[in-house]
Design a protein around this ligand. Sequence first.
Ligand code: KMT
Ligand code: NI
Length: 173
Amino acid sequence: MKAYLYDNLPGDQRLPHDSGRAIDADALSRLGVLYYRFPNIQDVDKLAADRGYKNRDEVTVSPEKMGEAYEEKVKMFFHEHLHEDEEIRYIKGGQGFFDVRSKDDEWVRVRLEKDDLLILPAGIYHRFTTDEENFVYAMRLFKDEPKWTPLNRSRYLDANSFREQYVKQFLAG
Ligand code: KMT
Ligand code: NI
């Protein structure tokens, strides 16, 4: 895992866009974003059990796997959105970037690779992209049925109760 402020320069979303301003795991946790390095699948099983996550699936995001739909999918993942649930992702291969909004509404880019697990709290605005290698193999953990309806950012969404709860818990003050 490596986290830093996004440079906001034009160019492909899959480029690093590293501003050179590093963000540590502590700062991520103050946004409610929790990072774990789990080389051992048993550690994932334990975290899932502790948090009441009963189900999981695996997804490969790559042109080989997705064919023509790949570019469209990657663009879709990169639309800024939130969920009314936690999003837990465990990377089993390849790399990817989760961008999350900081307290000042700047993008913090979190680069994940094999054995990295990330928890995004409900209500945080975020987006995802593969990197230049165009390959990520990830496990998605969920409590019941998979339901990660992406709610795209808008000023109306700021009144969503999950968004309000997130703001109150992590951004207020
Ligand atoms: C998401 O939530 O954007 C995804 O599931 C992307 C693939 S998992 C790294
Ligand atoms: Ni999401």
